[in-house]
Design a protein around this ligand. Structure first.
Ligand SMILES: CC(C)(COP(=O)(O)OP(=O)(O)OC[C@H]1O[C@@H](n2cnc3c(N)ncnc32)[C@H](O)[C@@H]1OP(=O)(O)O)[C@@H](O)C(=O)NCCC(=O)NCCS
Length: 151
């Protein structure tokens, strides 16, 4: 397994992986349009030329970034791939000067092992909510907000 930045050739596999989970209700759906527009945010995990994991870091505001759209393929979970993707996203973010990472998740235990702590949604800057209006769950968000602060 190795990690690399996503390219256009990965979009269909990312779209399928994320939206298969979205159909099960365990993550939010993503359109091809949003995947293309944020492709530079994305790191993928690949094994034998197959996409087995994906995750993104999206810059939101000054020194603030969101870890999102994290998905590990069925059969490849609990092998440390999700952890490695998030750690790589944190390295990228720190290099850009990110001081606060946040995520909105249904998997708080997983993010807890990576040093994220639960906060109330009101503690996140209002800017973060800009995209919520496009979410199928808006305004009844049932995700858990978590942050990891640097230094
Ligand atoms: C949640 C998910 C991203 C975790 O990735 P993963 O590669 O399976 O997790 P890892 O093997 O890297 O686990 C890292 C740590 O988190 C723990 N962990 C992983 N999934 C967990 C879960 N569902 N509940 C509790 N702990 C979990 C592991 O025990 C491990 O801890 P350790 O290092 O102390 O042993 C993955 O299971 C997944 O894609 N699930 C389906 C889609 C989804 O729910 N995405 C969430 C987006 S918010």
């Amino acid at each position: 397994m190795h990690l690399r930045k996503a390219t256009f050739g990965d979009v269909e596999a990312i779209h399928k992986l994320v939206n298969d989970y979205a159909q099960q209700g365990v993550m939010l759906p993503r359109s091809r349009n949003s995947i293309y527009e944020t492709l530079r945010d994305v790191i993928i995990a690949e094994e034998d030329d197959r996409l087995v994991g994906v995750g993104s870091l999206h810059l939101s505001w000054d020194a603030l970034a969101e870890v999102r759209a994290l998905a590990i393929a069925p059969g490849f979970q609990r092998r440390g791939i999700g952890r490695q993707i998030v750690e790589e996203l944190l390295i990228e973010g720190r290099a850009l000067g990110v001081k606060t990472f946040f995520t909105l998740t249904y998997q708080p235990e997983f993010f807890g092992t990576l040093g994220f702590s639960e906060v109330t949604k009101e503690e996140l800057p209002q800017k973060v909510w800009k995209e919520c209006i496009n979410c199928p769950k808006f305004p009844n968000c049932d995700e858990v907000a978590m942050v990891k602060r640097e230094g």
